[in-house]
Design a protein. Structure first.
Length: 463
């Protein structure tokens, strides 16, 4: 046989064998469900709650007039300035108040001078009474001696009358001195009372004057300054807020005030670690921790507190306020910056994890094939389940390429993977998709693995 004929026969045999193999593969692939798979891996996993909000200082003070109204005459700081506690920040027009303080100061000094004069007069009055009492004592002694001599007829009537007059004069003078002393003491006491009242009036006037001067109540930064010299500011009244002259914030302790979805709030607790991403600082994460978890639901549509558990409030999406404190805030941070908090609510080390989408539920009745010799490839979707569903995953049996449902208990849920506590071991190949196939995949269904779409999607995401 010639070489050409041999070559032709060989080509025919190859073509026939190829056709047989293709037909066999086609028949083998018929009736199988095309699925995507992944592997159970051992890795560290963390459950993270993400929430958005803004940067706010934990401590701040709004500087506002405490009463009345006034015109700003002086501003000693500008927005962004650092200030110390007690530093003068601004003044209102206060000529009348300052004049009142000056007048009361002058009046107080006059009263204090008068008091000094009266104290001196009091000393003189006490000296006078001491002198007059001594003279009265001498006159009394002379008068008694005169009376004795007159009774013994040893003294003339004129001398007797003269000594009697001297005694009465000394007694009257002593009485006058005593009255003068009491009067001076009363004047001193009155002046002391007047000075005490003057001090009180001066303190009140100074208090009124101080309300036109605004000092910083804390060390911090002027973060808000909406007014200018010449503007008129007013105090707040009921249902009407007053003017805010400026805001001073202590930026040494900074928090991220974020809103957590109501479906995640049960997992958030005080003390949990977190990272804060601030838009103005790029992708740099700042370590932080949760310091407060709010109890009041906030309507997402309005930002107001949900006050009713019935009606329209009950149907709306809600959030809860959570405060996360930055451990080491940057010096250039400012209030109001947009931020995102990633709060770690649970962690697991060296955990067996699988893709999150691999976890499914099946009714117990759906897990028993009707015909063991020909297991169904899909299960019927039921609108209402009558049995408690079983959570699990489909594990690939490589021998017969069947997807076997395995009940699985899950633990920590990460971004795209979930911890499996039992039911799956590291290295198991499990069905992860597609969703249309996984939602109806039957127990022991025959499958064929096609990860080309998943690989293409991963490649596109990576590029």
């Amino acid at each position: 046989m010639s070489t050409g004929k041999k070559l032709a026969i060989f080509i025919v045999i190859v073509v026939v064998l190829g056709g047989v193999i293709a037909v066999s593969l086609n028949q083998a692939g018929r009736g199988r469900v095309s699925v995507q798979t992944g592997r159970a891996l051992v890795q560290n996993i963390a459950s993270v709650v993400t929430a958005s909000g803004e940067i706010t200082p934990q401590t701040y003070a709004d500087i506002s007039p405490s009463e009345g109204a006034g015109q700003i005459t002086d501003l000693y700081v500008k927005e962004g300035d650092r200030v110390t506690k007690g530093e003068l920040l601004a003044k209102l027009w206060n000529l009348q108040q300052a004049a009142a303080v000056s007048g009361m100061n002058a009046s107080l000094k006059t009263s204090e001078a008068n008091l000094g004069a009266q104290v001196a007069a009091l000393g003189t009055a006490r000296a006078n009474i001491a002198r007059d009492q001594a003279q009265l004592a001498q006159a009394t002694q002379n008068w008694r001696r005169t009376e004795a001599l007159y009774e013994d007829q040893l003294l003339s009537k004129s001398d007797y009358d003269s000594q009697e007059a001297a005694y009465k004069t000394a007694r009257a003078q002593a009485q006058v001195s005593e009255a003068a002393l009491k009067q001076t003491e009363a004047q001193v006491n009155s002046l002391k009372a007047q000075i005490a009242q003057a001090h009180a009036n001066l303190a009140a006037a100074k208090s009124i004057l101080s309300r036109t001067e605004f000092r910083s109540p804390l060390n911090g930064i002027v973060t808000y300054l909406p007014v200018h010299i010449g503007d008129t500011v007013v105090t707040g009244i009921q249902n009407s807020p007053g003017s805010v002259i400026m805001r001073v914030a202590d930026m040494s302790t900074v928090i991220a005030d974020v809103l957590v979805d109501e479906t995640d709030i049960a997992n958030v607790a005080v003390g949990q670690p977190a990272t804060i991403a601030i838009d103005a600082f790029g992708d740099k994460p700042f370590p932080a921790h949760v310091i407060e978890v709010g109890d009041t639901a906030i309507l997402r549509s309005t930002g107001a507190a949900a006050t009713s558990t019935t009606g329209s409030d009950a149907q709306q999406a809600k959030d809860f306020e959570v405060k996360v404190q930055l451990d080491d805030p940057p010096s250039s941070i400012r209030p109001g910056l947009s931020c995102t908090a990633n709060i770690t609510t649970a962690t697991a080390s060296n955990a067996v994890t699988i893709p999150l989408q691999a976890v499914v539920e099946r009714d117990p009745s759906q897990l028993q094939p009707q015909n063991p010799n020909a297991p169904p490839q899909t299960v019927a979707l039921v609108a209402q389940k009558t049995e408690k569903p079983i959570q699990g995953v489909f594990v690939i049996h490589p021998g017969d390429m069947a997807a076997v449902f395995v009940p699985a208990a899950t633990g920590v849920t990460g971004v795209d993977r979930v911890q499996v506590l039992k039911g799956v071991k590291a290295g198991d190949e499990i069905v992860t998709g597609p969703y249309t196939a996984l939602r109806t995949l039957a127990n022991h269904a025959r499958i064929k693995v096609d990860n080309s779409l998943a690989a293409a999607t991963t490649g596109a995401a990576g590029s």
